[in-house]
Design a protein around this ligand. Structure first.
Ligand SMILES: C[S@@+](CC[C@H](N)C(=O)[O-])C[C@H]1O[C@@H](n2cnc3c(N)ncnc32)[C@H](O)[C@@H]1O
Length: 237
């Protein structure tokens, strides 16, 4: 029994931002995961652990095979499902992944020991807030799948560690559609996330030096390409 996620967690995963029948179609018709990933997907579903949904898996397969990143950073490992998907799709990539939840770290370690056959994945334990500044390496791809209110906080450090031509993918950015509403229509407990995401959109969607796109997969993905070395993000208000 997993303790970190109750059966009522992941509220926004049950508020699809595109028609439910289209979500079901995308989940049913696109090639399923197999072997280790299938085992982990079933475990996550049973235990209500929020891994990337199948429509995002299908998109990642195509995107990863096309992009062929050599170095990947992930913020938000959970049980290691998305890290192992990336390892499967880009066999010569090195993947660094960060998580702070001890229970998830336990599962991820076990899963990497069993399934990371080419030893592509390095797990860093701790809060990304503390760890990011100590990472000196640069990456072709950075996948952010952690606390959404912190995306805007991490963004400057993340962009510094991204190669020119590299891409940042940020997951779960639509808040079940709340981001398109007025803040007064958003539940009080969700407003910190709402404000953080609005600041993220302000900083990235029309920013010289970046190309950005919002994609309605799962609870929404923001993809950002870094086109030049110097990016001057708006400063904190
Ligand atoms: C949505 S899950 C990641 C799912 C995983 N990417 C997948 O699809 O298989 C989010 C994870 O991010 C971790 N997390 C959230 N905020 C974090 C932070 N500031 N630093 C490190 N890990 C964080 C949580 O502990 C949780 O395990």
């Amino acid at each position: 029994m997993v303790e970190s996620y109750s059966k009522n967690a992941n509220h926004n995963m049950r508020r699809p931002v595109v028609k439910e029948e289209i979500v079901s179609f995308m989940r049913e018709r696109q090639a399923p995961v197999t072997d280790a990933l299938k085992e982990l997907e079933e475990f996550a579903r049973r235990e209500n652990i929020p891994i990337i949904p199948h429509e995002t898996v299908a998109f990642f397969r195509l995107f990863l095979q096309t992009m062929q990143p050599k170095s990947i950073l992930e913020i938000g490992t959970a049980i290691g499902f998305s890290a192992l998907l990336m390892a499967e799709q880009v066999p010569d990539a090195k993947i660094m992944t960060i998580d702070r939840n001890e229970e998830m770290i336990g599962f991820a370690k076990e899963n990497f020991a069993r399934f990371d056959q080419r030893k592509q994945i390095t797990l860093l334990e701790g809060d990304a807030v503390d760890l990011l500044e100590h990472i000196e390496q640069r990456f072709d791809l950075i996948f952010m799948d952690s606390a959404k209110s912190k995306y805007i906080v991490f963004l400057p450090e993340v962009l510094k560690r991204l190669e020119v031509g590299g891409v940042v993918v940020l997951d779960d950015i639509f808040q079940g559609g709340d981001v398109a509403r007025d803040i007064m229509e958003v539940r009080r407990g969700q407003r910190t996330i709402y404000r953080g995401l609005q600041r993220l959109f302000d900083a990235t969607l029309d920013q010289p030096g970046l190309t950005a796109s919002l994609i309605p997969l799962g609870d929404g993905i923001l993809m950002i390409r870094k086109n030049q070395e110097e990016i001057s993000l708006p400063t904190e208000e």
